[in-house]
Design a protein around this ligand. Structure first.
Ligand SMILES: [Mg+2]
Length: 196
């Protein structure tokens, strides 16, 4: 048995929000499905940026170029750039292309490169993802805080199965926190923090 990820609630939201300075977020299944936004994910991330959090969009997807991602982010309302205020990072750009398949999530290599360039503190960095054997394992391998959203691959039933298991490898898939989808906690963000 292992504990299930903690639900973010009105009571623990403030301490959760103050516990990280940097957000690494997966894209597909967290921010969008294909060309469809997931709820108001863009408002959540833009508000976190307005609150001073650094945001990195991290993806293993090697089909699209970084420019494609920046264009897509902009079209869907996310503030993403090449320089690192809302920086888009693809594993094939952080490591040699021939190594991309073994150096993407959950390998720690991608974080090492981002960390080196941006002096990030792993303990104050939150990894958000929908796929636990890549995103969440990546976060845990790198010593980050982890948040699983149930808007993509992982289901509540998966979490319960892993928590009930005796297998440490399944426990390793359990994130610290859980949200149904990324904009769930929007109502808890300070309404005075309007986006510019
Ligand atoms: Mg995903």
């Amino acid at each position: 048995m292992a504990p299930l990820p903690a639900l973010i609630t009105r009571e623990n939201f403030k301490s959760f929000l103050e516990s990280f300075d940097t957000v690494l977020t997966d894209c597909d299944g967290v921010l969008w499905h294909e060309d469809r936004l997931i709820g108001q994910a863009h408002v959540t991330l833009n508000t976190l940026q307005a609150l001073g959090k650094k945001v990195f969009f991290v993806t293993n997807n090697s089909i699209k170029s970084r420019d494609d991602y920046i264009e897509k982010c902009g079209r869907l309302g996310f503030k993403a750039t090449k320089v690192c205020t809302g920086c888009v990072v693809r594993c094939v750009e952080t490591v040699a292309e021939r190594l991309a398949t073994v150096m993407g999530k959950p390998s720690t290599k991608m974080f090492s490169v981002i960390q080196e360039k941006n002096s990030l503190d792993p303990k104050r960095t939150l990894m958000i993802g929908d796929r636990c054997n890549t995103d969440i394992l990546f976060g845990k391998n790198c010593g980050l805080q982890t948040l699983v959203v149930l808007s993509g691959v992982t289901t509540q039933a998966d979490l319960e199965k892993w928590a009930a298991s005796d297998d440490p490898e399944q426990h390793a898939l359990l994130a610290d926190y859980c949200l149904t989808q990324l904009d769930d906690h929007l109502a808890f963000l300070d309404p005075k923090q309007e986006q510019k």
